[in-house]
Design a protein around this ligand. Structure first.
Ligand code: BGC
Length: 739
């Protein structure tokens, strides 16, 4: 009996796939579209959340009858070969038109092998390593039947109160664009139909990171200039890198909610940029148009979103419920529905699902391609590349080999869950090497490692401080592991304070009073205002959330096997009161000067950040000189080559992140005081000099006007080269001729 049914199903499948395979993309898509009922079309636009309940983790929360009826086109939160195969089988063998399902999931910084959170990965300034991390993530996720990820998040964020700053690449549009393109390439590879590539999603379109007050989901009320130059930039880069889907943002931009924003979705994204992939709503985002106050009811919400060009309705059920009456009343034309369905079918075709709907259902890959030694090695590499040495006085780091007793203190030292960060897909605590484990495995037999938690990460209790002080007194050096726990950043985790939570500063003060050499290792999904640490602790290493290999990577850095070279992708404020604070600000008519009154500054604190964008130290030192230009002047359509020599002036090898900034001195509209326009992470041996070349063409010299056109204005420009946004080595040139 079993055999017969298998045979029957194989025959059905063979007939199905053959029928689909026999045709080009447009033949397959148009033939299906021509045969679909309205309900089947709307099914393709309907995405449901199939997340299994905690009681039945192996049973997706899906009504199989709906799959059979063709009423579901894609699912999120269902993964695993067995689960996806079962649902796929119903779709392709039991539904009338045999259209395969798409399985989507948030694979944000790794699937099972968890990499540093995206903000940390951006601190590596290593585009190739970030691309590799997504290759690993794609290999693992596709081995679990996933076709589509809701990543990368490419939202520029200048307000660290916003918890989702952790998911992006920080405050700068140039770095964010480079990271966005790298992640898209990493996920999608060269061939979307390969069984180890994932369809990527650039999200959240657009300006979600400009949430007023840093409060998640809040409005973005920004100028057209800021929108086009800053917030749209990484989406432009992702589109150029070939991203196949874009997610609409929850927020409004200047009065128009993004799920109804025809001007930006149809006009800019599809019209001006030529994006031909899927636009997916955010979770329930279409129905929320009612709460925004632009739709009176679900029907009006569906109408607005369809017109704006949102193709897939993630979980609100508005499209499947309301579209028939919209069509009947003539509010929407069937052509608009067909357009959206076409895009979904094309995505399925490009994933190769019409050739073989089970190509992502290989149990051998699910067993073998996960958390491999190579994947862990890639995670360790990126984790140590992501760590930023903010300060290192008295050379507390790297730890001396002579240290006999090390006191490991703090709530984050053993917190494996926090090492995984805010959005860890299939990551497991049990896979994590905690900081304490990493340190214990790195020291020799003659070194004692003492441990005390001291305080909890969030609570205000102080009873453990005495024990921490006691072990510190016994030690040669104190390593203090503090910061936020993983659940303090991410979605819906905005904070009004950027201070160390709970009693952690009190712990640091008590340890400082012992007079022992101390290094603080700070974990967080955002920049924290750590002024007291900066003034009182000799060494500070900013570690973000490093992922599954946290402990090994930290040990590599702390004991000096690896010289840190991470750079801040975001300014660290002195106080939350400085927010928003970013390096590429405007000069104003009264540029800030601490010693001059009536200039743009504060009465109570300096106007500068605690640590600027691009800052980060190394165990060695670097010198920049010989900044030279290929010509004193160029035309607006030409390219300037900028060269600079970088020398390792210390006594050990290390990586350096060379950065190039540009200022457009005078233009018709005001320009930032400087903007990152090139960077390169290089390895230099002691005493060695390297010459770096950067190209400044129209894309680098120009800016976007409010119609999104690239404008290069004649006039003088200044370039700065160095190891941070505070670089002072400068040279000038001129752009001549017409705009
Ligand atoms: C988030 C998205 C995410 C989606 C699906 C939403 O709440 O804003 O970033 O992709 O959920 O999990």
């Amino acid at each position: 009996m079993l055999k017969t049914s298998c045979l029957v199903s194989m025959c059905v499948l063979a007939a199905t796939t053959l029928a689909h395979a026999a045709g080009s993309e447009s033949e397959v898509v148009e033939s299906l579209l021509g045969r679909m009922t309205l309900e089947e079309k709307l099914g393709q636009l309907n995405q449901i959340d199939g997340r299994p309940s905690a009681d039945e983790p192996n049973v997706p929360h899906v009504d199989e009858e709906q799959v059979r009826a063709g009423s579901i086109g894609s699912l999120l939160n269902v993964y695993g070969v067995e689960k996806t195969r079962r649902l796929q089988q119903i779709a392709v063998e039991e539904s009338r038109l045999h259209v395969p399902l798409l399985f989507a999931h948030d694979v944000i910084h790794g699937f099972r092998t968890i990499f540093p959170v995206p903000l940390g990965a951006a601190a590596s300034f290593d585009v190739a390593a970030v691309e590799r991390s997504e290759r690993v993530a794609a290999t693992e996720a596709t081995a679990f039947g996933i076709h589509w990820t809701f990543a990368p998040m490419v939202d520029v964020a200048r307000d660290p109160r916003w918890g989702r700053i952790v998911e992006g690449a920080g405050e700068d549009p140039y770095l964010s664009s480079a990271m966005a393109a790298a992640r898209v390439r990493g996920f999608q590879g060269h061939d979307l139909a390969a069984n180890d590539t994932l369809m990527a999603t650039a999200k959240h379109f657009v300006a979600y990171g400009a949430a007023e007050g840093g409060r998640d989901y809040n409005i973005a009320d920004i100028s057209a200039q800021t929108l086009h130059e800053t917030y749209l930039a990484p989406f432009r880069a992702a589109t150029r890198a070939g991203v196949q889907s874009v997610m609409a943002a929850f927020n409004e931009v200047a009065g128009m909610p993004m799920h109804a924003n025809t001007e930006l979705i149809q006009g800019v994204l599809r019209g001006q940029w030529g994006f031909d992939g899927i636009v997916v709503s955010d979770y329930n985002g279409i129905a929320e148009l009612i709460d925004h106050g632009v739709a009176a009811d679900r029907k009006a919400a569906g109408n607005l979103a369809l017109r704006a060009g949102v193709d897939i309705d993630m979980v609100s059920g508005v499209y499947s419920g309301q579209t028939p009456s919209l069509l009947q009343s003539g509010a929407i034309a069937v052509g608009r529905i067909d357009e959206a369905v076409r895009r979904v079918l094309r995505a399925k075709y490009r994933r190769g699902l019409f050739d073989d709907p089970y190509r992502y259902c290989d149990p051998a890959r699910e067993r073998n391609d996960i958390l491999t030694a190579a994947n862990r090695a890639a995670a360790r590499d990126l984790a140590r590349e992501s760590m930023v040495l903010l300060k290192n006085e008295h050379r507390v780091l790297p730890l001396s080999k002579q240290a006999r007793t090390i006191a490991v203190v703090g709530p984050l030292a053993k917190d494996a869950a926090s090492m995984l960060g805010s959005w860890s897909a299939a990551g497991r605590e049990a896979d994590v090497i905690s900081p304490l484990q990493g340190i214990r495995s790195a020291v020799g037999p003659r070194t004692r490692v003492l441990y005390a938690k001291g305080v909890d990460s969030k609570s205000t209790g102080r009873s453990g401080i005495a024990e921490a002080v006691r072990i510190a007194r016994e030690a040669d050096v104190v390593l203090l592991f503090i910061g936020e726990s993983h659940d303090m950043s991410g979605e819906a985790r905005s904070r009004s304070s950027l201070a160390l939570p709970g009693s952690q500063e009190a712990l640091a003060r008590a340890l400082r009073a012992t007079g022992k050499p101390m290094a603080a290792i700070v974990f967080a999904g955002r920049p924290l205002s750590i002024s007291w640490l900066a003034e009182n602790v000799s060494s500070i290493l900013y570690a973000w959330f490093p992922g599954v290999e946290a402990g090994h990577a930290l040990a590599d850095v702390l004991f000096g096997a690896y010289s840190p070279a991470g750079r801040l992708p975001v300014s660290i404020p002195r106080s939350v009161g400085q927010v928003p604070i970013y390096y590429n600000h405007k000069n104003t008519g009264r540029p800030p000067q601490e010693s001059v009154s009536n200039t743009s500054k504060y009465m109570d604190i300096p106007w500068t950040p605690l640590y600027p964008f691009g800052h980060g130290l190394s165990y060695t030192t670097f010198r920049y000189d010989n900044l030279r230009l290929s010509a004193p002047r160029i035309r607006a359509n030409e390219t300037m080559t900028v060269q600079v020599d970088v020398t390792n002036t210390g006594d050990r090898a290390g990586d350096e992140v060379a950065q190039l900034y540009l200022r457009d001195d005078v233009a018709r509209v005001t320009r930032p005081v400087r903007e990152l326009r090139g960077f390169e992470r290089i390895h230099i041996e002691p005493g060695e000099s390297r010459t770096l070349s950067f190209q400044l063409g129209p894309e680098e010299l120009g800016f976007r006007d409010t119609g999104d056109a690239l404008v290069v204005e004649p006039g003088t420009f200044t370039v700065f080269a160095g190891g941070s946004s505070a670089a002072t080595l400068a040279a000038g040139f001129e752009v001549i001729g017409d705009r």
